[in-house]
Design a protein around this ligand. Structure first.
Ligand code: PA5
Length: 420
């Protein structure tokens, strides 16, 4: 079964508009069409590069306790989301993937560097442009540490660069130093890149079954090009609700290890749709935790919200409420009930309450969390996002707004060429 999508009650979809947007996406002739390479990526990924990645990832597992993954935005979020979803909460033994360059926090960065000092580590710097400030600064700091710890030969063995095939400062540095490099294809933008070396290398080092991830996406590739597919319906639903004044979409999960999927989702839809004064604001919550912080606002605040719940049918583990002689906590009525059943009842109760409060609820159901389903899920979102953005009338594949902060930050920092 994999993934199923269920529409909210009483939503009227504009199928004609959705089908037209799907056609534009599939034609690869719409706005930003030069960045639609991800559409075929499940069947068109670079197999030779993946073979090399898998072999090198084994070497890293053998000689490193930690892989430091340096990147930001689309060069980091997909990997982090997949690792959080698929690795056990308290992972033991395997090569650990740590992230750097996704923040300019000096406290976080210093602590990671201190942690690395007495570890054997490798580094994977990921930047399509090869010029983004956050990862560039982080890599300079890691490079210093590597020079203190390792010989030139060791550094070469432990450094992996994922960037454009020819452009950018990072590519120049990699060529000069003779580092191993992987390519971010020209026709795939950062937030659509989890099925490239951007995701493949760190995921393989962490022991994720990359082929299963690809299989899941491949399933999506076959399904979502059809006019009545879940991806088309989800996009059409977003458009219909937006037209009704629902300006905020809440990604809702009931599993803490899916929170980062929500972060990835927010980047995907936020950067793809937030243009020209338009776009649904993507937000995320984790239930039932956030019902105790955001629940009031969702139930009773301004009626501009809808929710898309990511529900998982079969948890990896379950546990039952134990019996006790005394009933001092008044939980006798739940004795023997599994925690997952309680979570499920909570979700159906929340759905009913929120719908009664005027919050439309859609549900994406995964039968379980595994690499194949996560591959299909991310592909589902990317497909829907392309269709949804075309329905909105914006280019899903550029991010001109991100440049504004960069320019302004460079002015503050006094970068040559940005003075005044
Ligand atoms: O999705 C995107 O295109 C962005 O989020 C980029 O991934 C992000 O800005 C990092 O860019 P780069 O990989 O060039 O360092």
């Amino acid at each position: 079964m994999g993934l199923q999508f269920q529409l909210p009650k009483n939503v009227q979809l504009d199928s004609t508009k959705a089908h037209a947007a799907l056609d534009v996406l599939l034609s690869q002739e719409g706005a930003g069409s030069e960045f639609t390479g991800w559409l075929e990526q499940p069947t068109n990924y670079d197999q030779d590069e993946l073979t090399r990645i898998l072999a090198l990832s084994k070497q890293v597992q053998n000689h490193s306790d930690v892989l430091v993954c340096i990147g930001i935005g689309g060069s980091y979020l997909g990997t982090k989301a997949i690792l959080d979803a698929l690795l056990p909460t308290f992972a033991k033994g395997d090569t650990k993937v740590l992230f750097l360059g996704q923040t300019l926090s000096s406290s976080y960065t210093k602590q990671v560097l201190d942690y690395l000092r007495d570890k054997d580590f490798s580094v994977n710097v990921i930047s399509k442009s090869g010029t983004t400030t956050e990862p560039a600064v982080a890599y300079r700091l890691v490079r210093k540490l590597m020079r203190e710890k390792y010989s030139k030969e060791e550094i070469k063995k432990r450094t992996f660069i994922t960037t454009d095939k020819e452009k950018g400062a990072l590519k120049g540095l990699a060529t000069e130093e003779g580092f191993e490099t992987f390519v971010v294809p020209d026709e795939i933008g950062g937030r659509y890149s989890f099925l490239t070396a951007v995701g493949f290398f760190p995921l393989a080092v962490a022991g994720i079954d990359v082929h299963a991830l690809i299989e899941g996406a491949k399933k999506g590739q076959e399904l979502y090009q059809k006019k009545d597919s879940d991806a088309v319906q989800y996009a059409a639903m977003r458009n219909a609700l937006y037209e009704e004044g629902k300006k905020i979409e809440l990604f809702v999960c009931y599993e803490p290890n899916l929170i980062m999927i929500g972060e990835w989702f927010k980047q995907l839809f936020g950067e793809s749709e937030g243009k020209g004064g338009k776009g649904i604001f993507p937000a995320s919550v984790q239930f039932t935790t956030d019902l105790h912080s955001m629940g009031q606002m969702i139930q009773d605040g301004e009626r501009t919200l809808f929710e898309t719940v990511l529900w998982v049918n079969e948890p990896e583990f379950d546990i039952r409420v134990p019996k006790e002689e005394e009933n001092t906590d008044d939980l006798a009525y739940l004795e023997g009930t599994s925690l997952h059943t309680i979570n499920e009842k909570a979700s159906t109760g929340v759905k009913r309450a929120h719908e009664e409060g005027g919050v439309p609820n859609a549900i994406i159901t995964l039968d379980r969390i595994d690499a194949e389903n996560i591959g299909q899920l991310l592909y589902f979102y990317m497909y829907s996002c392309g269709i949804s953005a075309y329905m909105l009338g914006v280019n899903p594949f550029d991010q001109p707004g991100v440049e504004a902060y960069k320019k302004s930050m460079f002015q503050e920092l006094g970068k040559p060429g940005y003075e005044g």
